[in-house]
Design a protein around this ligand. Structure first.
Ligand SMILES: [Zn+2]
Length: 247
């Protein structure tokens, strides 16, 4: 159990690197990790998940510049998500499910940090979800996976259109549509629907909290992380989903 937790923390660390490199360019894949501010290479003991961040109190050892809270957050999130899925996911669905949640976690990180989603973690991954469904590596049928893809894209497209008509502003990015389409491809139309409902609810609460705390009248927050958390919760807590889906 402890070994698994450490392993999944390390996987979260790797997802941080993937997210960082998707945001800042591919050349990083051949370099070792370094401080984004002073560019000093990091020693292995500065790269221990969560612990290094805590010991350094969230600051670079060399230049004292703060290191984003997103590093330990993503590591812990990854650990909790995979520990839970490891226990409840039937083994034949596990590999594809792990690829999917990894992509979701990468998307959460890039969207919080830059308000951008990489297509490598959303749209370009959707065919894998459809293929895996046809081959029996995901619970829903291939047809349901395709429907999930279309529903995911379609609902948000309609909402975005309606919102634009009503307010004259773009409330959602193309990235959000592609993210929900990908979610639908991997967990089906019901999953996409759940991710949208749970994500909108969580997003509204977080938005209100932020607006009250900062005193701003209007602020832009990324929607992707909330869709992502919604999708993760669909996989992690099927009992809760079932209770709400009856209504
Ligand atoms: Zn530094």
């Amino acid at each position: 159990m402890l070994f698994a937790a450490a392993l999944f923390l390390a996987w979260g660390s790797f997802l941080n690197v993937v997210a960082y490199r998707l945001m800042h360019g591919p050349s990083f894949f051949v370099q070792s990790s370094f401080c984004p501010n002073c560019k000093k290479p990091l020693a292995w003991y500065d790269l221990v998940p969560v612990l290094s961040w805590l010991i350094l109190r969230g600051k670079c050892r060399n230049c004292q510049k703060p290191i984003s809270w997103l590093y330990p957050f993503i590591e812990l999130l990854t650990m909790f998500v995979i520990l839970r899925l490891w226990v409840i996911t039937p083994v034949q669905f596990l590999p594809t499910t792990l690829i999917f949640v990894s992509a979701i976690i990468v998307s959460i990180r890039t969207d919080i940090e830059t308000m951008l989603l990489s297509r490598y973690a959303t749209l370009y991954l959707a065919p894998l979800g459809i293929l895996a469904s046809f081959m029996g590596y995901l619970p829903q049928s291939g047809t349901m996976s395709i429907i999930g893809f279309l529903v995911g894209y379609g609902i948000l497209w309609l909402i975005a259109k309606a919102f634009f008509k009503w307010s004259g502003q773009h409330g959602m990015g193309q990235g959000d549509l592609e993210l929900l389409a990908c979610i639908g491809a991997f967990i089906g139309p019901a999953g996409a629907w759940w991710a949208l409902l749970a994500g909108s609810l969580a997003g509204s609460v977080a938005g209100l909290a932020l607006i009250t705390r900062t005193g701003k009248r209007w602020m832009k927050i990324p929607f992707g992380p909330f869709l992502g958390i919604g999708a993760l919760s669909y996989l992690m807590f099927p009992q809760i989903v079932q209770i709400f889906m009856q209504f």
